[in-house]
Ligand binder design. Structure first.
Ligand SMILES: [Zn+2]
Length: 359
């Protein structure tokens, strides 16, 4: 992969970090580039006083924002996360603490943040940083949607399944498992907000999604960025997923002919793989929370990537009963399968831990 740096390091500590990072990237076989256009990975130095968003022209460019915080903030995520959004990063690496005692943290769009274990040897530490960032930077998003106006008219107002989805959304909301979307509009200019929407194809970072099988091939799923406590309008808040178009790397959706549709949740590819493989799975819920003793993915691939979907599908397959599996997504949340939404709710009631362990 070709990589480049953008902007200037904030202090000598960050300058050293960037040099070591470049060296470790090259050692791992990646090619350094002076010019930014056309490279697959850009490390972009954040200047807190003038956060200048890095505007890429291609979705395929992965941006890692580099943030320097000389002091450890009391609320790390609250202090660091807005800088990632404002610099339009896919991931952020924060170098935190006084020079020579600094620690390295990763911050993800899913609001995960974790420390990369320190090592006495800076070269080994940087090898670990590169090892942890590479799978994220090389993963592939499946976020394009193709809308076919072919939904049967008797489903335009929904059916029993969409009523159940709506009810389950209310329950998750009452359990406080659906935190409000991050208020990106408040920290971004209207222009940058539109850019983020185009870039990530998201209407707002809201967390969690739910789906319910319709027939052998199709399932209903919550839309992207909508309030999951209000899943009602077909084509807008709930969508019928009918297929994955492998050649176009896009989800195919059936929508009512007269509705301007919203996009389906970015995790549609993950649910798709599970429903197709396991006919007994009737419903799937994904929340940013945890449960004691669950198996977990190794790599915290981003939401909506084929790599995340594949690693979750692999763990579902290995579960004693794939139609009743609880799978941890490292540093992110869980995906739970069930015969029905009620089946899932009954099994997890009282067992959900609001805090996802970070490592
Ligand atoms: Zn998620």
């Amino acid at each position: 992969m070709k990589f480049a740096f953008h902007g200037s390091p904030k202090d000598s500590c960050m300058a050293t970090f960037a040099q070591r990072l470049a060296a470790a990237m090259q050692e791992a076989g990646h090619e350094s580039s002076e010019a930014v256009p056309g490279v697959g990975l850009v490390f972009s130095h954040v200047d807190e006083d003038h956060v200048r968003p890095f505007r890429r022209h291609a979705q395929a460019t992965y941006i890692i924002a580099l943030l320097r915080l000389p002091e450890v903030p009391a609320d790390f995520l609250r202090a660091a996360y807005p800088y990632m959004i404002r610099s339009l990063g896919n991931l952020m690496i924060a170098v935190v603490g006084p020079e020579h005692e600094e620690e390295t943290y990763f911050v993800t769009l899913e609001r995960g943040y974790y420390r990369i274990a320190p090592q006495r040897d800076p070269t080994r530490h940087m090898q670990e940083v590169v090892r942890r960032l590479t799978p994220l930077a090389t993963s592939h998003l499946i976020i394009d949607n193709i809308f076919d106006p072919d939904l049967e008219p008797d489903l335009w107002q929904g059916n029993e399944a969409t009523v159940e989805l709506e009810r389950a959304g209310h329950v998750l909301d009452a359990w406080n498992l659906l935190p409000a979307p991050f208020p990106m509009q408040e920290i971004l200019s209207p222009e940058d907000f539109r850019h983020v929407q185009r870039l990530y194809q998201i209407g707002g970072l809201s967390y969690g999604n739910l789906s319910q099988r319709h027939d052998r091939h199709r399932y209903w799923m919550s839309a992207s960025g909508v309030n999951k406590a209000h899943l009602h309008d077909v084509g807008q808040e709930v969508l019928m997923v009918k297929d994955f178009d492998d050649s176009q790397k896009a989800m195919r959706l059936s929508v009512p002919s007269e509705v301007k549709p919203r996009r389906v949740s970015v995790d549609a590819i993950e649910h798709f793989m599970i429903y197709r493989e396991h006919p007994d799975v009737g419903a799937i819920i994904h929340v940013h929370a945890w449960m004691e003793g669950i198996p977990s993915t190794d790599v915290n691939y981003p939401c909506g990537t084929i790599e995340l979907a594949t690693s979750v599908a692999n763990l579902v397959r290995q579960a004693p009963d794939p139609s009743r599996a609880v799978i941890g997504l490292r540093n992110h949340g869980m995906t739970i399968t069930g015969r029905s939404l009620d089946d899932i709710m009954e099994r997890v009631d009282g067992k959900i831990l609001p805090q996802v362990p970070m490592s």
